[in-house]
Design a protein around this ligand. Structure first.
Ligand SMILES: *Cc1c(COP(=O)(O)O)cnc(C)c1O
Length: 227
């Protein structure tokens, strides 16, 4: 077994353990392998190991990779900060955008009048740190942005996403995200998904209801130099 296959299997086993510890069915979790900074060849290798959901965080890297791997039946998740002027280009290859955190991005993705319904699944990114600049909307502003997404028509709002703040225990932060999710569901009952949990904290995220885990280095190994 390759090291990559071993890390993938070990991570999936830990995910399953964490799910059972939380009284949840591992089959209800989507494990996304975040492949940023890794070459397309690694994504192809992952696909050969059965990976279907892959995550990228930079448009200039993700677009060419998705094009090169168009022969594979992958689901592309865009997890990085999104600029409004790039949003429509990202939507051309991404099936799911996890980082909706600004009106300008939401507006850029809004449906063109007369076109068919939603084109992309979207998570509303929530800032759990209280420090501006790390991406995400403050919990108090979630409802307003959610309304904008719901009215825009170009995005199917599936849930909330967050990154655990630095320098804080992840579990209480993910518990706050779960509360935000519950409030969001009073506005958007179908937006039940929670994208949370990275290599260092996915077990805590699973305990707090995460449905989509974004795992990079635990599976891919160390990222190559950013060049
Ligand atoms: C890179 C990244 C991840 C994966 O991080 P790891 O610590 O390597 O698992 C998850 N989410 C986002 C938003 C990322 O940018």
């Amino acid at each position: 077994m390759s090291e990559l296959a071993e890390r993938l299997a070990a991570t999936d086993a830990r995910i399953a353990d964490a799910a059972r510890a939380a009284g949840r069915d591992p089959a209800e979790l989507t494990r996304i392998v975040v492949t940023k900074f890794h070459p397309a060849s690694l994504v192809r290798e992952l696909a050969g190991l059965g990976v279907r959901d892959v995550g990228e965080s930079r448009h200039q890297e993700a677009g060419p990779k998705a094009a090169e791997l168009a022969d594979l039946d992958l689901v592309w998740h865009f997890v990085g900060q999104l600029q409004s002027k790039k949003a429509r280009q990202v939507r051309d290859y991404a099936h799911v955008i996890h980082s909706l955190d600004r009106a300008s991005v939401v507006d850029a993705l809004a449906a063109v009048p007369g076109s068919a319904g939603p084109l992309v699944d979207g998570f509303l990114q929530v800032d759990l740190s209280g420090e501006p600049g790390r991406g995400g909307v403050a919990p108090a502003d979630v409802a307003q942005l959610a309304e904008r997404i719901l009215h825009g028509g170009g995005v199917r709002l599936v849930g909330v996403m967050a990154v655990a703040p630095l320098g804080e225990e992840p579990r209480p932060a993910f518990a706050r995200l779960r509360e935000v999710s519950e409030r969001l569901q009073t506005l958007a009952p179908d937006a039940r998904a929670i994208s949370a949990g990275m290599s260092g904290d996915y077990a805590e995220a699973i305990l707090e209801g995460a449905t989509h885990l974004r795992i990079g280095t635990a599976i891919t190994g160390k990222r190559p130099d950013r060049g």
